[in-house]
Design a protein around this ligand. Sequence first.
Ligand SMILES: Nc1ncnc2c1ncn2[C@@H]1O[C@H](COP(=O)(O)OP(=O)(O)O)[C@@H](O)[C@H]1O
Ligand SMILES: [Mg+2]
Length: 595
Amino acid sequence: MKQEKINAEVISVKPDKVKISVEKLEDFKIAEEDLKVGSYLQISDDNDIILIAIIESFSIDLIEVKKEDEKGSLYYDLERKYIIEASPIGIIEDNKFIRGGDTLSIPPKRVQPAELDYIKKIFENSVDEKVKFCFSKLSGNKDVNVPVNGNLFFNKHLAIVGASGSGKSHTIAKILQNAARIKNEDVKGLNNSHIILFDIHSEYKAAFSEANILDVSNFVLPYWLLNADELEEFFLESGDRNNYNQASVLRKIITENKKIKNPGKQNIYFDSPLYFDIDEVLNCLVNLKNETINSKSPDKIMIIDESYSLDNGKTNVDSGIMLSEEKKIEKFFEKVYEFHPTKNQNITKGNYADGTLDKFISRFERKIKDNRLKFIFGKEAKEITFADTLKNLLSYIEKKQSNITLIDLSGVPFEVLSVTVSLISRLLFEYGYYYKKHHQEIKTPLLLVYEEAHKYAPKSDLSRYRSSTVAIERIAKEGRKYGVTLAIVSQRPSEISETIFSQCNNFIAMRLTNPDDQNYVKRLLPDTLEGVTGMLPSLRCGEAILIGDSVIMPSVIQIDRCEDEPSSNDVKYIECWKRSWMEVNFDDITDIWES
Ligand SMILES: Nc1ncnc2c1ncn2[C@@H]1O[C@H](COP(=O)(O)OP(=O)(O)O)[C@@H](O)[C@H]1O
Ligand SMILES: [Mg+2]
């Protein structure tokens, strides 16, 4: 009988570790299933309670045993004993699995590999059918589906980590494909899932043919929605010692321009999401830089062709136009003026003519005229409304509604990537906030997926990444309250802002080879499963450790294959190189390059 062959005993029990000694490993088996790190054991006591533990390590003990030979003389021999260490994860009582619990009475009576039926039942019954969400199988046994509680899975932030090539992109594709397709039976047409995917390498188009795809050629992200931090990150040189000065000028002029352009609105601040005219702001900056004033009466500005005049070579120092600061700025928006040159004692340079604005202005001008930034500063950015901007991002566009918005960031110049991601993230977070404020409840919860998150939410304090890190950290901390959840995907988890990672509750940890990353992930994982996390470097493609509130117990899983696959970054070198020589049209390439 199979049971008699099981020749194992529990040799130590601690709350977090059970040690088992096995005499013959080949007999410690059920139905020919292979035992591995990550397999489950069942340990029972006299009271019909069964403890389920997950195998963390195997080792062999060589023990000296006294033996008698045929002639009756004693000799010593070495015998092998297999030692299995396992972590208890829960108990089965009255046919129900309860996570945790240490009610096993000592000493435990029996230990054996967990029966497949048990395991299947645990996973199947672990989640109420209505909220079941499934995208993987147990790695040790492909017959066992591993469902998660979809509400807990999407309600709490998710981290997917793994070295390049471990299967992160395919995992994302699988999860999102399933998420976009869930619907109640009575739903005809589109369901109500809302997913926004930041695609940095342009690899997901292939996986989501029905997604609304936004890239720099067709999406509009109006500059006037940038907030103070983003504007400063955009236009100010970090570390420039005139930074403060420039920031305060920018603040003042933009606020004034917003007031002029939105006459009906009260309480207008620098940060208000209201239209302003960027070209007028540039006019004003240039005028401030060039202005000259009457030395005796600094409120008088010496614009040529205004009331100022020169009389027979004598300077009429009382002339000039007298304007309050606001009026002056208002006038300076209109066009670039010419000013009278400075003159000893009579006409001096204006307050901003000390050179502090020069570099800033040329930088400003370069940015707003940069063809690559047309999606932010172009004509459409001036015309689009606030609501339409949101509709685009959330794919609420008529006849183009979609569950997934794919934001292809591959064409966004590196130096503005952070600001772009920040603006979009912030708008989506604030949409969640104001939606809830208006409706008092959340009916259109969002999932924001950040591929290669270490690229825009790094740990470093570099100001170049400040705004996107701040925006994503804010969602990590507060997003849940407003139905905005993050999925952070990264091959360098140890380089991501800790604030963001520490807020993640569900982890899909795939193969990780870098020791820093392994240690970092081990430290973050909520369960202390040393042995299982030790598997990180040896997981196969698509294999992962799934840990978190949404899953009944920590599991080593194999992610199901996705239907349409993301396009891999792997270049088929050998196949390419084996072909005959290919001509290249260099003019076409340089044309795109230059434009
Ligand atoms: N669930 C899976 N099962 C089997 N193979 C997979 C699975 N997911 C990914 N792979 C394979 O692993 C390779 C890398 O996948 P990819 O998703 O591009 O990894 P990453 O995004 O981590 O770099 C691909 O060739 C893919 O076919
Ligand atoms: Mg990838």
